[in-house]
Design a protein. Sequence first.
Length: 457
Amino acid sequence: MSILIKGGTIVTATDQYAGDVLVEGEKITVIGSALAIQADRVIDAKGKYVLPGGIDVHTHMDMPFGGTTSADDFQTGTIAAAHGGTTTIVDFAIQYKGQRLHDAWETWMKKADGKAAIDYGFHMIMTDLTDQVEEEMDALVRQGVTSFKLFMAYPGVFMMDDASIFRALLRTGKNGGTICMHAENGGVIDVLVKKALAEGKTAPKYHALTRPVRAEAEATHRAIALAEIADVPIYIVHLSAAEALEMVTEARDRGLPAYAETCPQYLFLSYDNYEEPGFEGSKYVMSPPLRMKDTQDRLWRGLAFNDLQAISTDHCPFCMKEKHLGDGDFSKIPNGAPGVETRMSLVYDGGVRTGKISMNRFVELTSTSPAKIFGLFPKKGTIAPGSDADIVVFDPNGKQTLSAKTLHMNVDYNPYEGREVTGTTHTVLSRGKLVIDDGKFVGKAGAGSFIKRSARA
Ligand code: URP
Ligand code: ZN
Ligand code: ZN
């Protein structure tokens, strides 16, 4: 099957030019101007951008958490991702205490197999670092699971002590893996949560009020310091606080390989959302929490100046019924919110159209840079001959009103309900196959493949 995408504006992290793209089989084979080549299908991209498919390196499909399970599985979640212009996700497998990493990986491979409509990879969440597990890390890296998420938060569930964190960091110095850190001081937060509940402070907003910015900044600083001692890179996930960003900036200014992502929720929502009436604030309960509104400008600045290298979603949706597990006790509200489908449009609308970031930087933050950091480049993350034909034809003038009713994520609310965005996904190819055609899903559950990622050089 061949597809010719004609007359669009091709945008990569570095270039923007008028051109045609020929796709043969799973790959991009030719890029040129006014290509006179016969193809099985011609897509008219006039007036539209032709972008590398979005890469979301932080999703949680079908994840058991807080006494329930995230609402999207690999089928609904990846179909929603495709609607939003994302063609690859990197999700998280979880190693529970006493478990082998390979058993955890197998569990998540089974969750995705036959369901994912786009390509996927896995990070491994490690909770129990024995000697045997350390050895297993090496094997996983060789098998394409090249990154490991550790938690400095959630004591008794996911949290790891500094010694174990340090051992894991040291190991990645040998095996070429990358440590991704959930950087919040879990011990301090636990004390604040217990104190708040004892004082009868049970409403959703106390989730945010018991997770201060300094608890994120301290953990971010500590994580980077441990990586510096171990002499390895580190990637901070879902960075939300300007005070945490300062720690990353300071480290990068000293030349350290400290990387960080933020997420649309921290760019477009704020603490004020927790003050919505009744139990509405629970919609925004996630960790780290939403911050004060003035943080947004500082995060945008970090994105523009490359102190932040990626925008992922931390997509982890729970329906309102599940959120109500925390009626009368904010600490029991499952943490997480939907986002995999709305990332590209929100960032284009609120970032590119407002002049906060360039079109090239948009592509870099949503595709190229995560592909490079997580061993997917140049297979994915760019428009180039030989790369996978993961392509988004993006309409810069398309308008959409975000609403749970019309979006495709399997969740009964949307944090951006009613917000109008300009800039929509029109057509999407995943490894050369049409998955979204003029806004409609035409792909197949199960067509997505596990992608073996490369280790750091
Ligand atoms: O609230 C969040 N972030 N839920 C997902 C789990 C995590 O820590 O990423
Ligand atoms: Zn996390
Ligand atoms: Zn997460």
